[in-house]
Design a protein around this ligand. Structure first.
Ligand code: BGC
Length: 433
């Protein structure tokens, strides 16, 4: 091992920030335990939100539906129609910044922004499928109550409010004559639905919808008989459960994770997500460099530059990992030879740990549901999110951990797939139900 890597790993180890300090087997047991408690309505860090949506692939043809997608950074709108072959046609696509991402917005302003964004598509369909990527309790009529914003969205007044009902109010105030049928659905659910429809000709044992972008989360199909916290659903059937896995609270956290958490909008909330997703990894990396320079890993000149630097984004971190030698925001801070290699090992280890935690998250679902033992009928994980696909090494490492942990240790098979425009297509499928 190089001296630089040795220094980085020793420092991370002393701060309990090394990837290998996370024991996958015992973490998976805790994850499954939290899943079970959440399904029973017992105290759990996993919301385990029922969706009342069955993972079925039937889609009506030639019925236009307005599809909305409120993600962590962007708000997208389109009109979607499925042709006779069930191929989606996307028209009138437009993209805006997500309200609340650049400073606080109030309730009315939040929904007025969304209504304005839909604009001329309002008369095109009576149905709206709304991919709303925040912890939201779904009602049997398809509307949803936002529990709380994650991903640093600043719109406190919207928390606790019904999303569809408030959107209809804003649309009526803009001259629309009757309320729309609005179905609220999480982005993991849209990804699962879009994944099922894209691979309808393949035989999978079950499906997972997985997002690793600004935030992280996954959903899966669960037996109604095990969701004992809701009454009155058909005991024989299954429905998709939105785990809200970013909220998992039993992962071991390092000293720097704890310090970083204190700098976020909601300390103590979604601590798992803060170790994994794009809204946070750049900030966590910056703080880890600062802490490493306090511990004496960098020269005085470099330490001073690190201290006064503004936080790196996850994409700065990605650019550094992709092309370590080129001038860039991280590279520019390092004054002495060898320092770049220390910073690189730190960044790489943060990515490795995010991959390990994501693999535990996904594998735990397969282990809990007992799916994918037949190598010919694996579990399909439909995966979406820029961080997963663009942060160098993250996807490859996640797949490697899934292979060693799920296939080698547990004998279960999982395949990954990417579906283009999964949020809009899945929102449209949900809106047509
Ligand atoms: C939200 C989830 C969402 C995930 C991925 C999290 O912050 O709470 O609802 O699925 O991000 O977008």
């Amino acid at each position: 091992m190089s001296r630089e890597r040795e220094m980085a790993m020793e420092f991370l180890g002393l701060n309990f920030m090394q990837s290998a300090q996370v024991d996958m087997e015992s973490l998976s047991r805790s994850f499954i335990d939290e899943m079970e408690k959440g399904l029973k309505g017992e105290l759990s860090s996993l919301f385990m939100l029922p969706t009342y949506i069955e993972a079925k692939s039937a889609i009506p043809s030639n019925r236009p539906v307005i599809a909305l997608d409120a993600g962590g950074t962007n708000f997208r709108v389109a009109l979607v129609v499925f042709d006779d072959e069930k191929k989606p046609l996307i028209k009138g696509f437009r993209k805006f910044p997500m309200p609340g991402v650049k400073g606080e917005v109030g309730l009315e302003e939040f929904f007025a922004c969304i209504a304005t964004a839909i604009g001329d598509l309002i008369p095109e369909s009576d149905d709206i499928g709304f991919c709303f990527s925040y912890p939201t309790e779904i009602m049997e009529n398809g509307d949803g109550r936002l529990l709380r914003f994650s991903k640093e969205i600043n719109a406190k007044e919207v928390e606790g409010q019904m999303i569809g009902e408030n959107l209809n109010k804003a649309l009526l105030a803009r001259g629309m004559n009757k309320p729309k049928n609005i179905v609220i659905v999480n982005d993991t659910v849209t990804t699962l639905l879009a994944g099922m429809s894209a691979f309808a000709d393949r035989n999978f044992d079950s499906y997972i919808g997985f997002i690793l972008g600004t935030g992280t989360n996954c959903c899966y199909s669960e037996k109604n008989s095990l969701i004992t916290k809701i009454k009155g659903v058909r005991a024989q059937g299954e429905q998709v459960i939105n785990i809200e896995s970013g909220g998992f609270g039993r992962s071991p956290r390092g000293l720097i994770d704890r310090e970083f958490d204190e700098t976020t909008l909601n300390p103590g909330f979604y601590t798992f997500e803060k170790m994994i997703s794009g809204a946070y990894l750049g900030g966590l990396f910056t703080l880890t460099l600062k802490s490493a320079s306090r511990a004496g890993l960098f020269s005085a000149g470099t330490a001073a530059s690190i201290d006064s630097a503004s936080p790196f984004t996850t994409s700065d971190m990605g650019a550094f990992l992709a092309d370590k030698e080129k001038a860039g925001s991280v590279h520019n801070l390092m004054a002495k030879e060898g320092e770049l290699a220390i910073a690189f090992c730190i960044a790489e280890e943060i990515v490795d740990r995010a991959a390990r935690l994501s693999a535990v998250n996904l594998a735990s679902i397969a282990i809990k549901t007992g799916k994918g033992f037949d190598p010919l009928r694996p579990v399909l994980t439909a995966a979406d999110g820029t961080t997963f696909y663009e942060l160098p090494g993250l996807r490859q490492k996640t797949l490697r951990y899934i292979d060693s942990f799920l296939r080698v240790s547990h004998g279960q098979y999982m395949e990954f797939a990417r579906v283009d425009n999964a949020s809009l297509i899945g929102a449209a499928i949900a809106g047509l139900r």
